[in-house]
Design a binder for this molecule. Structure first.
Ligand code: FAD
Length: 380
């Protein structure tokens, strides 16, 4: 974010977050990448630092800060420092609003403090092997049997899939009702019949665990419904603008970092007796990228402030997600080109950025789905 939309408090928070990640995450990033998952204690350390769910009430250990700038600071700092492993952004930006809005008082007492302290890691399981974009087509079912639901089905590509302790599972409680028959269930680690598949081997975000989940006759108590039965689709739609903006925030930070790194590189690297940055092609490419990033920054910052005022529309959030992630992909690809062969080597952050950026156009709703939403908002 530009400093002009940050206060002294935000800047102090940013400094503390940077110091935290430099000490507690940067030295382990490579190990986590090799392991395909982070060490659990980074979660509790982040919780102790007040980095998780800053918007949660103080009674549960949060800071009660209803301000998406704090969330975005965490995302930006992580990406700029090359820390892509801990799934904090999912917990902070995607999951927290569900818990805050729809947890019953008893659910808050049971889980909220642990979610803020990092002892409880959360996940959301919507996507299935046979359906992702078409959410209404899911086949996971939850059938009411006395004091519990019997949950059956499987999910895939779930972020925090290995580490998560509490999973919001999207299931159909009424198969005849399409999306109106969808319910969110809170499935806990250790429930009988709940199993995880292997940690999936991805082309990027290698330190982040992404897994399949299987539910075979899992008895989910009725008190583990999130919100009301049959309202799941509505809750998902309600929370999506924040999730989509969150992806745009991360994608833009990645483009900014790539451009900064590349600027240094093209000034230092020489060819034909001069810095490669001095070729007109390099200068024009750098100028184009700087321009696009500057325009994106203005737009994303505006979206952040609109979200804070509950004014961010679904279509505007979709525009941010679609356009910024495409721009970020283009920029990172072009930056890699300016690195030449070095850009293809994993040891260079630009190579990792290239691999990590690709998924931004796919998850959180693909960019094609974003264009559908924007087009429909135009009455088409
Ligand atoms: C690293 C990673 C992490 C993820 N984390 C999670 C998670 O935590 N929880 C979760 O539930 N899911 C998660 N996902 C899944 C992700 O949200 C889905 O992959 C995504 O929504 C697309 O669904 P799909 O893979 O089934 O693709 P499909 O829906 O099969 O789409 C395939 C292609 O068809 C296009 N398409 C589909 N419908 C239309 C249409 N109407 N018009 C035009 N084009 C269309 C798509 O845009 C895409 O290009 C994750 C995925 C990845 C890769």
């Amino acid at each position: 974010m530009r400093d002009s939309i940050l206060t002294e408090e935000h800047l102090m928070f940013k400094e503390a977050v940077e110091a935290f990640f430099i000490k507690e995450a940067v030295p382990y990033a490579e190990k986590w990448e090799k392991d395909g998952v982070v060490d659990r204690d980074i979660w509790t350390k982040a919780g102790a630092m007040g980095i998780l769910c800053t918007d949660m009430p103080e009674a549960y250990g949060g800071m009660g800060l209803k301000d998406f700038r704090y969330n975005s600071i965490v995302t930006e700092v992580m990406i700029k420092l090359g820390v892509s492993g801990p799934g904090f952004v999912l917990q902070n930006d995607v999951m927290a609003p569900y818990f805050e809005r729809y947890f019953t008082p008893a659910q808050k007492d049971k889980w909220l403090s642990g979610i803020v302290s990092g002892e409880i890691i959360t996940a959301i399981a919507m996507t299935e092997p046979n359906t992702g974009s078409d959410l209404a087509g899911i086949t996971t079912t939850a059938v009411k049997k006395g004091d519990h639901y019997l949950l059956n089905g499987s999910k895939t590509y779930i972020t925090n899939g290995i580490l998560s302790d509490l999973v919001v599972v999207v299931a159909k409680t009424d198969a005849s009702e399409g999306h109106k028959g969808m319910t969110l269930l809170l499935v806990e680690r250790g429930m009988e019949g709940f199993e995880r598949g292997k940690n999936l081997d991805k082309i990027g975000l290698k330190a982040q665990d992404t897994a399949e989940m299987f539910f075979r006759d899992v008895k989910v108590p009725l008190e583990n419904v999130l919100g009301e039965e049959g309202r799941g689709f509505y809750y998902l739609m309600h929370n999506l603008p924040q999730e989509r903006l969150s992806i745009a925030v991360g994608a833009l930070a990645a483009a900014e970092r790539a451009l900064d790194d590349t600027l240094t590189y093209v000034k230092e690297r020489t060819a034909f007796g001069r810095p490669i940055g001095s070729f007109q092609n390099s200068r024009f490419k750098m100028a184009e990228m700087n321009t696009e990033i500057t325009i994106a920054r203005t737009f994303v910052d505006e979206c952040i402030m609109e979200l804070n005022e509950s004014k961010l529309s679904n279509e505007k959030a979709s525009m941010a997600k679609y356009w910024v992630t495409e721009m970020s992909g283009r920029v990172i690809d072009q930056c890699l080109q300016l690195y030449g062969g070095a850009g293809y080597m994993w040891e260079y952050p630009i190579a990792r950025a290239y691999a990590n950026a690709r998924v931004n156009r796919i998850f959180g709703g693909t960019n094609e789905i974003m264009k559908e939403i924007i087009g429909r908002s135009m009455g088409l």
